[in-house]
Design a binder for this molecule. Structure first.
Ligand SMILES: C[S@@+](CC[C@H](N)C(=O)[O-])C[C@H]1O[C@@H](n2cnc3c(N)ncnc32)[C@H](O)[C@@H]1O
Length: 286
């Protein structure tokens, strides 16, 4: 994948519109095209979970609980929680992603699942005051949001008192890096400023799930730090219960440096100095 700097958007609205175009272009590719291998659609339809073992363990039993998955994409994670016993609602601003999620729910016969098209910022209104036992999100979700304080307020409003928010994300440290080719091999270098206020705007081809996909798209992503996530959650009525970092990641950012560690996860090849690649966070709604 070759990505280059793109002109900055006029405002957040333009950034979100262009991001939506990009995600709409990826949904079918990930569910039914060349990205389906990365998403392990065949194995998943046959019964494999998309959830990491630590997610199931840290979340605790979801049996009979209502779960809202914000930024659910094509519903593979959402429906994996349904298989664990949760009554799931998936929400995403991409109507193409939501129609793929609904198609999967029909194939699997998970009739009490529900998928809704909405921006995160409109979710309170669209869900008309409904509140959930569990708010699940992440794995490449937070970087698409310009305002994590607004996100935390939305999450707090949608989570019942005593309910939990749970997410997995790539670490800020990983998000600051890019790879450079040197004569003696590939090297990770600091490229993205974690204190940057506006989005990082880039144009490129393909997707994290399919390098060869013939799709050119422009994306606008915002950096986050542990402080911006945790302070937003604390200020909006959550107590942080755990934060665990891991040397495994839910996508393969640089195939020359990473190797599979288990289904749906990758880690740095032997010989590289390990550092935290992903983290999970669990918070209680006070
Ligand atoms: C990488 S996916 C994360 C979901 C899941 N981990 C997966 O890979 O299937 C990011 C999702 O965020 C959605 N998204 C991005 N910005 C959004 C916004 N402002 N409101 C709602 N959904 C948004 C995209 O449509 C996409 O489906």
């Amino acid at each position: 994948m070759s990505w280059r700097a793109a002109p900055p958007p006029a405002d957040d609205e333009e950034a979100i519109r262009e991001n939506l175009e990009s995600w709409d272009a990826l949904a079918h590719l990930h569910a039914q095209g060349s990205g389906a291998e990365f998403y392990r659609i065949e194995q998943w339809l046959a019964g494999e979970s998309k959830l990491a073992p630590w997610e199931i363990e840290e979340m605790g039993s979801v049996e009979g609980k209502t779960l809202l998955h914000m930024q659910c994409h094509i519903g593979t994670d959402t429906l994996s929680w349904a298989r664990e016993g949760a009554q799931v609602t998936g929400l995403d601003f991409s109507s193409n992603a939501i129609s793929e999620a609904q198609r999967f729910a029909n194939i699997l016969g998970i009739d009490d699942s529900r998928f809704i098209v909405s921006r995160v910022s409109d979710a309170i209104e669209v869900l008309e005051g409904e509140r959930f036992d569990i708010l699940y999100t992440g794995r490449g979700a937070l970087c698409w949001l310009p305002d994590l304080d607004e996100w935390a307020r939305v999450c707090a409003t949608l989570t019942k008192q005593g309910g939990v928010l749970y997410l997995e994300e790539s670490t800020p440290m990983l998000n600051a890096l890019d790879v450079e080719e040197e004569s003696d091999g590939s090297r990770l270098v600091l490229k993205y400023d974690l204190f940057n206020e506006g989005p990082v705007s880039e144009t490129g081809e393909g997707s994290y799930a399919s390098e060869e996909a013939d799709i050119e798209r422009t994306t606008h992503c915002w950096e986050f730090r542990y402080g911006t996530i945790m302070n937003a959650l604390i200020e909006n009525g959550f107590r942080i219960d755990l934060l665990n970092e891991r040397d495994e990641l839910f996508f393969d950012p640089w195939p020359e440096l990473f190797e599979p560690s288990q289904p749906n996860y990758w880690r740095l090849k032997k010989g590289h100095v390990a550092f935290p690649l992903s983290f999970t966070l669990k918070a209680s709604r006070l």
